[in-house]
Ligand binder design. Structure first.
Ligand code: SAM
Length: 260
């Protein structure tokens, strides 16, 4: 197996696609799969069990494609991630982070429990030897007055003077990133988007910068509007992506500037 060319977007079901990706060839998988929330036909399953059967199947097909130094990020609801995490552990992957995405969008409308405004991202690696470019994803310090003062005088910590990093602090595992849906609102009104669930580029950028290097291969088997491919290309990584929808493959190619 392994006949698929890189830097291409394939109109294929994830299972058929993964079968044809070369084993141990992928440095990073960025996976934003169905959530079973009924957002579209492709996001609708008969039951949670059916959804988990589908999810476990693509995970099992994907793991052999990762290099031993490879990493994987999987988006989903916190509830579904609790199940997905168990499966990844069972398959021997190494847990790194449970990232909480604070979507900075409108909250859910439930009045019987806390209103929902987050999604989860599981970050696992294939082994303990993996890329993590922490310096490339630093974020601004929050306590600016204190940091401003510390730039010149430093802060005394355990008998040593600590000076803030000029590029910002280390990136934490709670990500406050405005959803694409919210960004696209006009006068507070949700606009019809080209894809139902596009992810913000800055979020995918963080994953690709942290967990891959230039020239390496990024895979996404549910590429949607093409965010992973577009960001990978911009950051000089190679990509190999698929979506079962012809419409979304065309949208991705359009967003990549590929002449069709
Ligand atoms: C959550 S969306 C991905 C959105 C994407 N991250 C973006 O930024 O636009 C999931 C995508 O998976 C595709 N999909 C669903 N089931 C699939 C399957 N079995 N094989 C391949 N693609 C599938 C859908 O068409 C949809 O575009």
């Amino acid at each position: 197996m392994g006949c698929l060319a890189i830097n291409e977007i394939y109109n294929m079901d994830c299972m058929n696609f993964l079968k044809q990706v070369k084993n141990s060839s992928v440095d990073l998988a960025v996976i934003d799969p169905p959530y079973n929330m009924g957002k579209a036909d492709w996001d609708t399953f008969a039951s949670h069990d059916d959804f988990m059967k589908f999810t476990k199947k693509w995970i099992d097909a994907l793991i052999p494609k990762l290099k031993d130094t490879g990493s994987i990020y999987i988006f989903n609801t916190p509830f579904n991630c609790a199940f997905i995490l168990q499966h990844l552990l069972k398959r021997g992957l190494v847990f790194q982070n449970w990232i909480t995405w604070d979507k900075r969008d409108g909250l859910g409308t439930s009045t019987k429990k806390y209103a929902n405004g987050q999604e989860s991202i599981l970050f696992f690696t294939k082994s303990n030897k993996y890329t993590f470019n922490y310096n490339d994803i630093r974020v601004p310090y929050e306590s600016t007055d204190r940091i401003e003062a510390a730039k010149t005088k430093g802060i005394l910590k355990n008998g040593k003077r600590w000076f803030p990093n000029p590029n910002g602090r280390l990136c934490g595992e709670v990500w406050h990133i405005t959803s694409q849906r919210h960004k696209n609102k006009v006068n507070g009104k949700v606009q019809k988007q080209q894809h139902v669930t596009p992810k913000p580029e800055e979020m995918i950028e963080r994953m690709i910068l942290a967990s891959s290097n230039k020239g390496e291969l990024v895979l996404d088997c549910f590429v949607g509007s093409g965010t992973t491919a577009v960001v990978a290309k911009k950051l000089h990584r190679n990509y190999i992506c698929a979506d079962k929808s012809k419409k979304y493959v065309e949208l991705t190619k359009n967003n990549l500037g590929v002449v069709q």
